[in-house]
Design a protein around this ligand. Sequence first.
Ligand SMILES: [Fe+2]
Length: 376
Amino acid sequence: MTRTSKNVHEDLHSEQGAIKGGRAHKAKNPVIKVEDLAWLEFEKPDLDAAEQFAHDFGFVTAGRSSDALYLRGALAGTQCVVIRQGAKSRFIGPAFKAVDTADVRKLAKETNSQVTELTSPGGGIGVDLVDPSGIPLRVVAGVAELPELPLQEKLSFNFTGELNRVNAMQRPPREPARVERLGHVVLESTNFNRALDWYQQHLGLIVSDFLYFPGQRQLGPTMAFIRCDRGSTPADHHTLAMTLGPGRKYIHSAFQVSDLDALAAGGEYLKEQRYKHSWGIGRHIEGSQLFDYWRDPDGFLVEHFADGDMFDNTVEPGWAEMAASGLSQWGPAVTRDFLEANPSPHFIKHLVSALADRDNEFTAQRLLGLAKVAMR
Ligand SMILES: [Fe+2]
C-alpha cells in the first residue's frame, strides 16, 4: 500500500490485502478514465407499460418518440435509461460518460472503432464497443445535460441531544420515490478476468472490493465492485459490478433516491401498485447503500438506494469471501428471488454451454464454488 493510500476496510466485514502476485485493482496506464455511467439501454415491446412502471418507480419521462422512451432522474444530467421499442424485453448495454469528446476519439482510435453522432436527445458523440464478455457498451461525451428538477424535500431529523424539528411533525409523503440519478449496473460474465482487465485498461476503472468463491481465494476473485477514477473527486463505490457466472447478462441496476424515508415510502407505493418486491430494505456491505430491490413487469431487477459510499482514487481494494449472508449488514435474509436460486430452463442452458466451452472461466470447479455461496 502506498503512503498516500487509505485502508478503509479494517472492519468486521472485509479482510485486508491482496495476495502477492494477485491481480491489480487498476491499470497503470489506461487509455481513458470515464467519469460515470451515462445511461443504460434496454429493448422492450411495450413502451406504455415500461413508462407506467418507470413513473411508479420514480423516473420522469425526458422524451418519447415513436420507437424510444428516455427516462431521467431529478438531478441535472442526461437521460439515465433509454428503452427502445423491440420484439422482446432485453438489456442492450451500458453507456459510460467520458470526460470529453477528445477522450471518446482517443478510445475509438485505440480500439479501431468509429465515432458516431448520437441521435438520442442531447446529441453528442459516442463509440460503440463490445467487452470481452460479449456485452455491447458505448462511451459517450458532449451530450447536452437536462436541468435539475425539484428534489425530494429534505427531512429534518431529531437526534438525542440535537433537536432539529420542534413543533412540527414528520410526514414523509407516500408517493413514488424521486429517482435522482443512475448509480450502478451489475453484470454477469463467463469471462470475468478478461472483462475486468478490459474495463481497467480501456475505461480506467478501479476495483473497490474483490470477492472470491468460498475456499477459492487462491484462484482469484470472482466478483469485483468497480468505481470510476475521478482523481480526488469522490465517485460511487461501484458504478459497475461484475460477477463470474455461467451467463452473459444483466443482474440489476440501481438508482439513487434521497434517503431511507423516500426509499421506504416509495416501496410502499410500489407495493400498493402490486409490483413484485425482490429483497429489502437493508444496508449492503460493499458500498454500504441502504437498498430495496424490485422486479419490473418484465422481471428485470431494479434497486432504489440511498447513502452509498463515495471513494476518491486513493482507497485500496478490500477482499472478502462471497457469501449470501455477506450481502447485507442488516435487513431481512436474502431472498431466493434476489439470488435467482430457482434455476430456470434458461439458466440450465447457459450452464451447460458455459461448462462445455473451454475458452471461458466458468469451470466445474467454479460451479462448486458458486454453489457454496448460497449456503454461507
Ligand atoms: Fe446494487
